[in-house]
Design a protein around this ligand. Structure first.
Ligand SMILES: Nc1nc2c(ncn2[C@@H]2O[C@H](COP(=O)(O)OP(=O)(O)OP(=O)(O)O)[C@@H](O)[C@H]2O)c(=O)[nH]1
Ligand SMILES: [Mg+2]
Length: 249
C-alpha cells in the first residue's frame, strides 16, 4: 500500500482578490515560498512532495502518522497566518486509489484531526514506487528548436504521459526541465516500456525511465533518480538501456 496526502490552500481564490489587481507578482513570490516550505517540511519526515497546482500539492507520506501531519500543519499555520491549509490522507494499492480515498475523505468530511483540518485516515503503507522519466539528450533538442518550442514539446510529452499512466492508475508530475516523476505502484517495467513507446511514437525524442522502489516516498524517489543516473552511466559505456529499476533493501 501507498499513502498519499493532498495538501491544499483553502479559499485561495477569494483570498487572492483581497490583494487588489497589482497582485500577480506577489502571488507568484508567495506560491514559490509555500512550495519551498511544504517540500522542506515533508522531506524532513522522509516524504516527497509533488507540485500539482499552485494551491495544491501531493505528498507520498508512507510512515507519516497523524501527529507528524499535525506538526507540519502547525508549522505552516505559524508561517502563513492569513492562509488556511488543509490536508487529506488516503491509502491504496495504487496511487490513483490513494488519491481517490483522500478525495472521498475530504468530500465526506471524515476528519483525522479537526483542529488541524486534516481529513482521512492513516494506513500501514510501506511501499512506494516512483519513476523518474527524463528526455534523452534534451540539450541536443535545443540545437534544432528554440527554448519556447522545447517547452511546447515537453508539455506535449507531459500531457501524454499523464493520460497513459493514469490508465495504469499512476499519477504523473512535472518536475521542471525535461523531468517527470510518476507515482506508479503496481506498474511493471514492461507496462512502463509500452507507455513510453506509445508516447514517443511519431516524435523525435527518446525517454529514459529510472524506477525506484522503497518504503518511503523519499527513498523511492532517491532510488528512481539513482536508476536514471545509472542509465546515463551505462550509456557512457555504450550500453543503451532506457529502463532501469532499483529496489531499496
Ligand atoms: N527536476 C530535475 N531536473 C533535472 C534533473 N536533471 C536535469 N534536470 C533538468 O533537465 C534539464 C536537462 O538536463 P539533462 O536531462 O541532464 O540533459 P540532457 O541533455 O537531456 O542529458 P541526458 O538526460 O543525460 O540525456 C536541465 O537543464 C534541468 O532543468 C533532475 O534530477 N531533476
Ligand atoms: Mg535529459
Amino acid at each position: 500500500m501507498i499513502q498519499l496526502t493532498i495538501i491544499r490552500i483553502e479559499g485561495y481564490g477569494p483570498w487572492t482578490l483581497t490583494l487588489g489587481s497589482d497582485r500577480e507578482a506577489q502571488l507568484q513570490m508567495l506560491q514559490s515560498k509555500i512550495y519551498h516550505d511544504v517540500q522542506r517540511l515533508f522531506t524532513e519526515k522522509n516524504c516527497i512532495v509533488y507540485f500539482n497546482r499552485f494551491d495544491e500539492y501531493f505528498a507520498i507520506t508512507n510512515g507519516l502518522d497523524a501527529a507528524g501531519h499535525k506538526e507540519i500543519q502547525r508549522e505552516l499555520a505559524k508561517t502563513y497566518k492569513d492562509l488556511k491549509m488543509s490536508m487529506a490522507v488516503g491509502a491504496g494499492v495504487t496511487a490513483f486509489e490513494a488519491n481517490m480515498n483522500a478525495y472521498q475523505a475530504r468530500k465526506e468530511g471524515k476528519m483525522l484531526d479537526s483542529s488541524a483540518r486534516i481529513f482521512g485516515s492513516i494506513h500501514d503503507a510501506d511501499i512506494a514506487q516512483v519513476m523518474h522519466i527524463d528526455v534523452d539528450s534534451s540539450t541536443k533538442v535545443g540545437d534544432r528548436l528554440s527554448p519556447y518550442e522545447v517547452t511546447s514539446l515537453v508539455m506535449k510529452v507531459y500531457s501524454q504521459l499523464a493520460e497513459e499512466f493514469l490508465k495504469h492508475n499512476s499519477l504523473t508530475f512535472f518536475l521542471g526541465g525535461d523531468n517527470f516523476m510518476v507515482i506508479s505502484n503496481g506498474v511493471t517495467k514492461e507496462q512502463a516500456d509500452s507507455v513510453i513507446k506509445k508516447v514517443t511514437a511519431g516524435i523525435d525524442i527518446k525517454l529514459n525511465c529510472g524506477i525506484g522502489i522503497g518504503k518511503t516516498g523519499r527513498k523511492a524517489a532517491e532510488a528512481a533518480t539513482k536508476a536514471l543516473d545509472t542509465i546515463r552511466d551505462l550509456r557512457q559505456e555504450g550500453k543503451i538501456q532506457p529502463i532501469y529499476e532499483i529496489r531499496c533493501p
